[in-house]
Design a binder for this molecule. Structure first.
Ligand code: 5GP
Length: 346
């Protein structure tokens, strides 16, 4: 039995050390970034934050709300083809990923959509990115879509990041078991601390001129800053974007002062009982749900939350003296901590 003993870190295990700089105001920092993708040579400029391809937050409405800020959405895969075609004809198509799994149905639907409208960015998403079959699907999607930016995952280790990039992915999606409504670690005992996964995968991917998206595990804007600091080029969020007007899912209302007001929204993992009942008529006999269902407080428009995250990141960049997002990993020194903050009023 071999046990890896070097420490593996989560966002909660570190803080970012402040650094001296000549930056005077957070208005001087730029959170947008330009990318050139390894396989397509395509370029994209924007704020590299991506709403997760969950059917609650990966919505057309979130994409419309994010577009003015240059942020992105991985659209969930349960929209009918006609609605996806219509949306991809809009001018914000550059800021969305078209999501697929590895089923024939998903690949056929993509072919159908592509026949009507260009699909600039594709997210190939499976819970376990370690199977040979997944690599083959990435190769096939790359061959069939030579001009599309491809993001693929989920994985958590450097050798798999390299394999996916060599198979045709431009961006690897990093994170297994770190999600807010994910129960993979409880059920299977499998996972990897998110910050270390990002650091190790970024090291491997960047060596091949690929990019990395940190997916899952962010609970506060500071975690987004830590993910970028660890080398993530993109950060994907689910739970932090749940509960907003632009989200889909059941809303609970209460009568307050004679008026019906929204108080809570249902949010669930894409492998939860809730999602499987909705899309697959129940949980198949041979598997167990790997996600849970929660109710999150209603939080109003998503724009305010996005601005809060951007504000946090700008401030973080000011503390470390990074003018541009690209400089963040170079200016980041993590310190191991025993506690994140003062909890006296918790
Ligand atoms: P969050 O930002 O909420 O911490 O994490 C979001 C990520 O959790 C998603 O992008 C996806 O990778 C992952 N996720 C979503 N639903 C499920 C699920 O049902 N099971 C598991 N294992 N992961 C999920």
């Amino acid at each position: 039995m071999h046990i890896e003993t070097d420490p593996k870190l989560d966002f909660k295990d570190v803080l970012i050390r402040p650094k001296r700089s000549t930056l005077s105001s957070r208005a001087d920092v730029d959170v947008t970034r330009s990318f050139r993708f390894v396989h397509t040579g395509r370029e994209w400029t924007g704020f590299p934050l991506i709403a997760s391809n969950m059917d609650t937050v990966g919505t057309f409405s979130v994409a419309r709300a994010f577009a003015p800020f240059g942020a992105m959405v991985a659209l969930h895969k349960h929209y009918p083809a006609e609605r996806l075609i219509e949306f991809l004809r809009s001018e914000i198509a550059e800021n969305v990923f078209y999501s697929i799994g590895t089923t024939t149905e998903d690949l056929d639907k993509l072919a159908l959509v592509r026949a009507q409208v260009p699909v600039g960015k594709i997210c190939i998403d499976v819970a376990n990115g370690y199977s040979e079959q997944f690599l083959q699907v990435v190769q096939r999607v790359r061959a069939e879509n030579p001009d599309s930016v491809i993001m693929a995952g989920a994985i958590v280790t450097g050798e798999m990041a390299e394999a996916l990039i060599l198979a045709g992915a431009d961006i690897v999606k990093v994170g297994i078991g770190s999600g807010s409504v994910c129960t993979t670690r409880d059920l299977t005992g499998v996972g990897y601390p998110q910050l270390s996964a990002v650091i190790e995968c970024a090291d491997a991917a960047h060596g091949l001129r690929g990019h990395v998206c940190s997916d899952g595990g962010c609970t506060v804007p500071g975690d987004v800053a830590k993910a970028f600091g660890g080398g993530a080029d993109f950060v994907m969020l689910g739970g932090m974007l749940a509960g907003h007007d632009e989200c889909e899912g059941r809303v609970r209302y209460e009568i307050r002062n004679g008026e019906s007001v929204p108080v809570g929204l249902e949010f669930y993992g894409m492998s939860s009982d809730t999602a499987m009942n909705k899309y697959h008529g129940g949980v198949a006999d041979y598997r167990a749900a790997e996600g849970k269902t929660v109710e999150v407080p209603y939080r109003g428009p998503v724009k305010a939350t996005l601005q809060h995250i951007m504000g946090g990141l700008r401030s973080s960049m000011t503390y470390i003296g990074a003018t541009r997002l690209k400089e963040v990993p170079k200016r980041t020194t993590f310190v191991l901590v025993g506690a994140q903050r003062n909890t006296v009023f918790d």
